[in-house]
Design a binder for this molecule. Sequence first.
Ligand code: PEP
Length: 248
Amino acid sequence: MKKLIAGNWKMNGGLAANDMLVKAMLDGLKGAEPAADMALCVPAPYLAQLQSLLQASPIAWGAQDVSAHEQGAYTGEVSVSMLKDFACRYAIVGHSERRQYHGETDAVVASKAQRALAAGITPIVCVGETLVERDAGQTESVVKRQLAAVIHAVAHCTSEIVVAYEPVWAIGTGKTATPEMAQAVHAVLRAQLAAATQHPQRVHILYGGSMNAANAASLLAQPDIDGGLIGGASLKAADFLQIVAAAR
Ligand code: PEP
């Protein structure tokens, strides 16, 4: 299975800047078979632009969130069918910034994952502990609780999700989990998936949290790290491409 390197632009970008960034990525990929599968998860208003720039390219695109509701009176929300209109392949669900700043519970995240899968969009389900939880020895129980809610909701489709382990204390802070720390949690998640699906090896378990061109290779060399969810470094073409190359 090829590794998956997914960018999360968060609330960054603009029409002109996106055009330059994506074209620089595509230029850098010319001529060689990409070392990994790739995706860019961008703010919803730019999905049409990414669709036009990336169709017929090796980079897929997706959203950073999706509504748990089908349609109707949910001001500001974006539905799965709207994401489908722009041929999104992925939607991040349960990013820690959504859990933290928008009060998303495990149950809400699970409904979003279920809604995405039912529409044929692969949810990238984020799990991860805060520093307080890590220090209290709760890392394993927190990530297992977060993933269990999603497994319960998607049931026999568990092998179709992507999981991203993102320790909250490592996101955007420059502090990365060591490869050994990340691998230990990934192994816990793999075992949990193995109890829920016959094909746990088919599930990409990504690491996210200050992954960059310098530390990607050692993280991606771990047996249960199947790719990366990349925030800051996905805003620079050269850095993103170096991470992709490190996934070989
Ligand atoms: C993220 O937002 O998913 C992330 C991992 O961010 P960063 O790479 O900037 O830590």
